[in-house]
Ligand binder design. Structure first.
Ligand SMILES: [Mn+2]
Length: 379
């Protein structure tokens, strides 16, 4: 009876809103999975890529991971993984180092791939009668790469770890068609998609646990991982930071009235992140006069860890209603950049730059945008 845990996209080192607490949150989620694996005494752990948020994680992030891998090692529980798109730097991945010192098995190492003419023999590891192979989250010609793979299938249960989005999930973001997956596996452990997704291929499960914490506010939702016992799969939810959305209609309000209304509608909380979306059209003054610091201080007093205020749906008194056209233009720009191969952070930066080009900005808006861009660039 084989028992294992499958998680992924842990993005250690990630912060939202530059909050140190958020970095701890990502670690806490990772630790919960390791705690579970040890408590359940599983045979092994599978991670489907993006252990780290960047290819050059800071030392304290590396130290955290190493201490968790050591906990597993002491219990005799191996950790199988592949490098996700975020784990790779221009000159390689830290996972190779961790593989060499025996803290994990990086199934994306070259030793697991052998070119034989046009074909690539895909080797893996055999452990307790289970065959585990992996495909690193590389991008270039990825479908062709999949088609060339000839897995060296062994054992009575076979697992493939991969880090690409199949078209069943999203046509827009897909990397591969499900049909290019190599046949003969009993469990396809997917990564890269940050929400839970489950389907099948040839009658075998193709599953994505999603990220273990909220990488971006657009993916707020339940986070968790899979526990598999004798082929039976169970979803285990994680305790993660709560996000609360507050939508405030600001029609016919002045900026100072907006402040009062937001504070009124803010319910007390215990540590959540508050996302405030201001909507409608102001009666007087302008968006720039809204006292953001006042709102953020109020949120802090009510017990929130942080409040982020979105004003893109808020109109100044004389501003033309352009939302529909404006939105579709943004979508066109986004699609264009995606077609050119931009994704993730690069896409975000590209969108931001397009947004700022030719715009008349006040000194404080320039400062805010400068900070945002520097944050995106990691400066
Ligand atoms: Mn990811």
């Amino acid at each position: 009876m084989v028992r294992f845990v499958h998680f992924g996209d842990t993005h250690l080192g990630r912060r939202n809103f530059k909050l140190e607490e958020r970095e701890r949150d990502f670690e806490e989620a990772f630790k919960q999975v390791i705690d579970f694996a040890i408590r359940k005494k599983v045979d092994f752990v599978i991670h489907s890529g993006d252990i780290f948020d960047t290819g050059r994680p800071r030392y304290r992030v590396v130290n955290f991971l190493v201490s968790q891998l050591l906990r597993l090692k002491r219990e005799g529980i191996p950790f199988f993984t592949i490098p996700g798109s975020h784990d790779v730097a221009p000159d390689g991945t830290l996972l190779s180092t961790l593989h060499k010192v025996g803290l994990l098995k990086n199934l994306g190492e070259e030793e697991y791939f052998e070119k034989r003419g046009e074909e690539i023999i895909l080797r893996g590891e055999s452990y307790k009668g289970v065959f585990i192979a992996g495909i690193p989250g590389r991008r270039a010609n990825i479908s062709k790469f999949y088609e060339k793979l000839r897995p060296e299938l062994k054992g009575d249960f076979r697992i493939l770890i991969f880090h690409h989005i199949i078209s069943d999930i999203s046509g827009k973001f897909s990397d591969i068609e499900k049909e290019v997956l190599p046949r003969g596996f009993d469990y396809y452990a997917g990564g890269h998609w940050h929400s839970r997704f489950e389907t099948s291929f040839n009658g075998k499960p193709v599953v994505y646990p999603g990220s273990t914490e909220v990488w971006d506010v657009r993916e707020v939702g339940e986070k968790g991982f899979f526990y598999v016992e004798d082929g039976r799969r169970e979803w285990i939810p994680l305790k993660t930071r709560k996000f609360v959305e507050l939508v405030v209609n600001c029609d016919d309000l002045t900026p100072s009235e907006v402040n009062e209304k937001v504070k009124e509608q803010m319910k007390p909380n215990d540590g959540a992140i508050l996302l405030i979306r201001l909507k409608g059209r102001l009666k007087g003054g302008s968006k720039a006069e809204i006292n953001r610091k006042g709102i953020m201080d109020a949120a802090s007093e009510k017990g929130y860890l942080y409040a982020n205020i979105y004003t893109s749906e808020l109109l100044n008194p004389e501003e033309a209603q352009v939302s529909l056209e404006n939105k579709s233009l943004q979508e066109i720009e986004k699609e264009y950049l995606e077609k050119k191969g931009y994704e993730g952070k690069k896409l975000e930066i590209g969108m931001k730059l397009i947004e700022l080009f030719g715009k008349k900005l006040t000194a404080s808006e320039i400062e805010v945008n400068k900070k945002k861009l520097f944050g995106m660039l990691g400066l």
